[in-house]
Design a protein. Structure first.
Length: 275
């Protein structure tokens, strides 16, 4: 009996092979040769990295190394800084979001951001989340109620606030305020969550709740987080990028970066020799 032998792919099929590999990895962001400037000063140099769907990507490195600047470029927040400009390509689902024709307001609904310091509006807990929804045209109370409850549940804070939705968000603790800000962001149904040191100002218990929340949220969202806490990066992230002086020194699976880094500078930073 003759068994059929599979033919090797021909060279002309190479592009299809690459596409299929990328589909298997389910890339949501592809960053190519991204450099960021503040006036004449170059803050970030020629960054190349892919970010996978439903994963947590941690950006680590010493203060001033460019990681927060890079994070803000992913949803064009640097546009708000006078003199800032970004070169290169950032593809979100295949579309270059740095293109001048991109609707930045629409982009920030797709790629939401949570900042280092909790920034709830001086409104009720309910209205903090309803504000963006109303701005997007959602006015019906029953729909608002449903989205607000679902968002608060996803942010693991519903049980703590369900009986005081119409009280000021400023009455919440720091950790609760940060989870409210996460709920406010995910209420807009983004695909990507950007977090700039979201738990750096929180106590260990609140920090633990944020970490548990992010691990749960990655089932539905793709998360990129800047953190100075290397233990946090090692606990919750799937891949880690090490930045130094505006350069991306190393980017790999988190376990490899922390146990067997390829670059000497990465090892020196992780072992506390500088930073």
């Amino acid at each position: 009996m003759v068994t059929a032998v599979k033919e090797r792919p021909k060279s002309k099929d190479l592009h299809e092979i690459v596409v299929n590999v990328n589909k298997e990895r389910e890339l949501i962001l592809q960053i190519q040769n991204v450099s960021i400037y503040y006036g004449q000063k170059q803050a970030v140099r020629s960054i190349n990295m892919d970010i996978e769907k439903n994963s947590i990507t941690a950006l680590i490195g010493p203060s001033g190394c460019g990681k927060s600047t890079f994070l803000r470029s992913i949803n064009r927040m640097n546009d708000l800084i006078e003199g800032a400009r970004c070169e290169g390509t950032i593809k979100y689902d295949g579309i270059n979001i740095l293109d001048e024709q991109i609707d930045v307001v629409a982009l920030r609904k797709e790629i939401g951001m949570v900042f280092q310091k909790p920034n709830p509006f001086p409104k009720s807990i309910y209205d903090n989340i309803a504000h963006g929804l109303r701005f997007s045209g959602i006015r019906k109370k029953s729909i608002l109620d449903g989205i607000i409850e679902e968002s608060l549940r996803r942010a693991a804070i519903w049980d703590e606030v369900k009986d005081r939705l119409h009280k000021s968000a400023l009455s919440l603790s720091g950790g609760q305020q940060q989870r409210l800000c996460i709920a406010r962001t995910i209420a807009m149904n983004p695909a990507v969550l950007l977090l700039d040191e979201p738990s750096s100002a929180l106590d260990p218990i609140s920090n633990g709740k944020i970490e548990e929340l992010l691990i749960e949220l990655k089932k539905e969202y793709s998360i990129v987080i800047v953190t100075h806490n290397m233990q946090q990066a090692s606990r919750i992230s799937d891949r880690t990028a090490f930045f130094l002086n505006g350069d991306l020194i190393e980017y790999d699976k988190t376990n490899k970066v922390f146990t067997n880094p390829s670059e000497k500078k990465t090892e020196e930073y992780i072992t506390g020799r500088f930073g």
